[in-house]
Design a protein around this ligand. Structure first.
Ligand code: FE2
Length: 288
């Protein structure tokens, strides 16, 4: 459960059919209008496409008028109250995370500076997905005894090769939901396609309503102004100004495509790393 293991998996929480259709429409629209607030993983060449890995503010009216209504229907407020026992909280981040056919592997990292159940992540799965990794709360001591440097909320040692008995690997289906303490060490991982919502939620002191439209922060609202979006995006370390459609970046994506299947530079690093302390084949066909 959330207090001991630091996560909870709820099977078959919702029917994903309609919300998956709406999400796919959102993704399509984001491509068409070249939605500025999107994160791109190594941009492997796909014709007429930029391979997003995350759409920020997916409920904005420029992308989809209905998406927030579908999210509201999930009644996440009840779910959050039930598992966290929090009285008051707000939703600070909603991203629609999606990969095309390529593999994805993030660094090992933490989203919050402690794991005292102050801040949680909710993942709402719209497709079946295997590979997301989390070091359970009850394994935190074991982790810190062996990998002291992974204690901090930093990306510095992100590609450390953690043995399998240090983490839990999720194998989930569309309609499932995972809640976890944002302070726990985790790593995004998938081979091939995925579509899910990533939602961050924070415990607060002030009294709040239990209405979805009111517990989401202003930048997540359907009619958020450009200024509000811009202001929030600026807090992120990601550079939203890169033009992935420019000729230079399209050529770069072709090179990435070659490296995806023939990762020569990674093979050299793999051979040099005698003790196999690091993961080398992230973002490649050989990812593991
Ligand atoms: Fe994360």
């Amino acid at each position: 459960m959330l207090d001991k293991e630091g996560f909870v998996l709820i099977k078959n929480f919702f029917d994903p059919k309609k919300i998956l259709i709406e999400s796919n429409n959102t993704l399509l629209k984001a491509q068409q209008i070249r939605w500025r607030y999107a994160k791109i993983y190594h941009n492997i060449f796909i014709n007429n496409f930029v391979n997003f890995f995350s759409i920020r503010y997916p409920g904005h009216k420029k992308l989809n008028n209905n998406l927030n209504n579908y999210l509201a229907e999930l009644n996440l407020q009840n779910l959050i109250s039930k598992y966290t026992k929090w009285k008051n909280f707000k939703i600070t981040q909603i991203e629609l995370q999606h990969n095309e056919k390529y593999n994805y592997q993030s660094t090992w990292h933490r989203d919050w500076h402690n794991s005292n159940l102050e801040n949680i992540v909710i993942i709402i799965y719209l497709t079946d997905e295997k590979g997301f990794r989390l070091v359970k709360k009850n394994d935190e001591k074991k982790l810190q005894d062996n990998y002291e440097f992974l204690r901090e909320k930093s990306y510095k040692h992100g590609y450390t090769n953690l043995p399998k008995d240090f983490y839990h690997e999720f194998d989930v289906n569309s309609g499932d939901i995972v809640l976890f303490d944002a302070g726990l060490l985790h790593q995004g991982f998938v081979k091939g396609k995925r579509t899910h919502f990533f939602i961050r939620c924070q415990k607060i002191k002030n009294e709040t309503s239990k209405n979805f439209d009111e517990i989401i922060e202003d930048h997540l609202k359907v009619d958020a102004s450009d200024e509000v979006l811009e202001q929030d995006a600026r807090k992120d370390s990601y550079n939203y100004d890169i033009n992935y459609f420019s000729l230079k970046n399209r050529i770069k994506s072709l090179i990435y495509l070659v490296l995806y299947f023939i990762p020569i530079h990674k093979i050299f690093r793999f051979l040099k790393d005698r003790k196999k302390k690091f993961i080398h084949f992230h973002y490649s066909f050989f990812q593991k």
